[in-house]
Design a protein around this ligand. Structure first.
Ligand code: AMP
Length: 426
């Protein structure tokens, strides 16, 4: 029997409601912020990621799915969303339109990681990118978009960690200091960090090994090397977050795993299946567009991991199943049932009918099994009287509903129904 590839998942019909709910909240939120959708290929030239994500990042050195196509091109399944979006905007000349350009995407990414709860080889990210503004209020607005999605999903148990990693200018001196520190502690650092200290010392701060983290606590601090412009940008972001009532913690160890960031970086962290994990992160990347497409366009954005977000959404938030089952009784056949189903569907209701030729009794059991909210019974009496018997499977109550009122009745909330049933049949 075939099995799914390691690190991938099937999202089954029973779980899909949560995903669809999250996707709807995301679409509502981006509309509120006037952010436009963009869709880009799932694979790109592998060199795009080498160039943007960084040749020394874990993603590029260990995690990319790279393959040659039949034409001999070296391609990579996208490990993240930003590089492809930047490439698309440059290639299609979108930066010559009014700026800032605000785009969002949702789609699958691929990284060859060790699978565990919340970490997969194929995962879904929602992300936004703001291009053409270096103003701190843009950094703040991207964080507001993130928070707005969380608020709508009633997610409160998380922390926002934020840091300032400066610009290439102020990082130059810092990198030298960090390299010197690494040389002094060479024997205590892991092999990866030894290599990082030579090619990209900042990457060491991102090391997952506790022994390295312990040593790096004593390393020179980036904040002591920041230039005035990077400092004042960050201070403004912080004060805007405060005036928007957004709580955050400054985490000076936070550098993010991708090379393209400048100034602001942030991560949203929560407990995912018993482990503290980032479920989204982003920041400013003022030089990436220049590197990919030689246009000097400042930018900022984030990526949010939906596979981790689903852990944080309470099932109770999901809309109840509002399925209606039409059961046919006696001699009444599908020639009467199907047109009625169509009337109800065209009123926006979700309707299932007896398309398996079940007896009346087994239709009742079946409707219960598939979690229908109402059963609408249509028999000879009902047809001759122009009324329907409606059974509410949540309460067990049954009543007669006039055909003219049927749609209205089936759309009532449980609360409204309680009041009606108290007095009379509908
Ligand atoms: P990154 O681009 O690495 O900062 O990732 C942004 C977000 O994508 C993370 O915060 C996670 O929520 C999600 N993510 C990254 N890698 C994975 C993975 N292997 N499996 C599931 N989600 C992931």
């Amino acid at each position: 029997m075939y099995q799914k590839p390691k690190g991938t998942r099937d999202i089954l019909p029973k779980d899909i409601a949560k995903w669809q709910f999250i996707e709807k909240i995301i679409r509502d939120t981006v509309r509120e912020f006037n952010i436009k959708e963009i869709r880009t290929p799932i694979f790109e030239d592998s060199s795009l990621f080498l160039r943007s994500v960084g040749e020394t990042s874990d993603i590029v050195t260990k995690e990319m799915y790279i393959f040659d196509d039949r034409g001999g091109r070296q391609l990579a399944l996208r490990p993240e969303g930003t590089a492809g979006v930047v490439r698309a905007c440059v290639e299609n000349g979108l930066f010559s339109n009014a700026l800032p350009l605000k785009v969002w995407y949702m789609g699958n990414n691929f990284r060859y990681e060790n699978p565990q709860a919340g970490r997969y080889r194929e995962f879904t990210q929602f992300g936004i990118e703001y291009f053409g503004t270096s103003d701190p209020s843009a950094d703040c607005e991207t964080i507001l978009v993130f928070k707005s999605v969380l608020d709508k999903l009633r997610i409160t148990n998380y922390s926002l960690q934020i840091n300032n990693i400066g610009c290439p200018e102020c990082r130059k001196e810092y990198n030298q200091a960090l390299r010197l520190f690494a040389n002094q502690h060479e024997n205590e650092l892991c092999e990866d960090c030894k290599r990082r200290s030579k090619v990209n010392p900042l990457r060491m701060l991102d090391c997952k090994k506790a022994s390295c983290q312990e040593i790096l606590k004593r390393a020179p601090r980036l904040e002591d090397y920041l230039c005035d412009s990077c400092k004042s940008h960050f201070n403004r972001v912080i004060s805007l977050l405060k005036s928007n009532g957004i709580n955050f913690d400054i985490n000076t160890q936070l550098v993010r795993g991708l090379d393209y960031y400048t100034k602001t970086v942030f991560e949203f962290v929560a407990d995912i299946d018993g482990k503290s994990m980032a479920f989204g992160g982003g920041g400013r990347y003022d030089n990436l567009v220049g590197e990919i497409g030689n246009a000097n366009i400042p930018a900022c954005g984030f990526g949010m991991g939906l596979d981790r977000l689903v852990y944080l959404v309470d099932d109770a938030l999901l809309a109840k199943n509002d399925l209606i089952y039409i059961a046919n009784l006696g001699a009444v056949g599908m020639d009467k049932v199907l047109p009625l189903a169509q009337v109800l569907r065209s009123a926006g209701l979700s309707v299932e009918t007896n398309i398996s030729g079940r007896t009346f009794k087994s239709q009742m059991k079946y409707a219960d099994k598939i979690g229908a909210r109402f059963i609408v019974i249509i028999g000879d009496d009902e047809i001759s009287n122009g009324v329907f018997t409606v059974r509410n499977l949540n309460t067990g109550q049954e009543c007669t509903v006039d055909g003219l009122n049927l749609v209205k009745y089936l759309k009532l909330t449980d609360e409204e129904l309680k009041n009606i049933i108290k007095y009379a049949d509908f």
